[in-house]
Design a protein around this ligand. Structure first.
Ligand code: PRT
Length: 105
């Protein structure tokens, strides 16, 4: 896993064990799943808007917000980015069209 994903995942786990008042992540955990999911919805919408706008820096910024909040969701469900990376690895080389036809048969 990329080093920053690993480091961030460790901090997200740490915030579950030792929540601090000044932690944004601990605040999200405390507010609960619906708040985390709402943030993902907002960040996804902002990523769409950035994509339409075509400003590369804005696309990077909003995608980072989206990935970050998805990582908070994973951590809240005791999942790790490794779980998602393993799924991408499993799919690697399998065409989306082929995969869909297997699901339907
Ligand atoms: N990568 C991030 C990160 N990306 C985005 N954000 C926060 O996510 C929020 C994004 O919300 P918005 O863009 O909607 O901005 P906003 O309107 O200010 O937010 P809200 O009031 O709606 O929540 C902002 O408060 C950002 O600061 C992040 N907060 C934390 N991290 C990482 O998580 C670590 C732990 O953070 P704390 O738990 O706060 O110490 C940090 O060291 C960072 O590595």
């Amino acid at each position: 896993m990329s080093e920053i994903l690993q480091q961030l995942a460790q901090v997200l786990e740490q915030r579950k064990l030792e929540p601090t008042e000044k932690s944004y992540v601990a605040g999200l955990y405390a507010k609960g799943l619906d708040t985390i999911l709402k943030k993902i919805g907002e960040e996804a919408a902002e990523t769409i808007i950035a994509g339409k706008g075509g400003d590369k820096q804005q696309i990077i910024y909003e995608t980072a917000d989206l990935w970050f909040h998805c990582m908070v969701l994973l951590a809240s469900q005791d999942l790790s980015p490794d779980d998602v990376l393993a799924e991408l690895q499993r799919r690697f080389g399998l065409s989306g069209i082929e995969e869909k036809s297997k699901r339907k048969s």
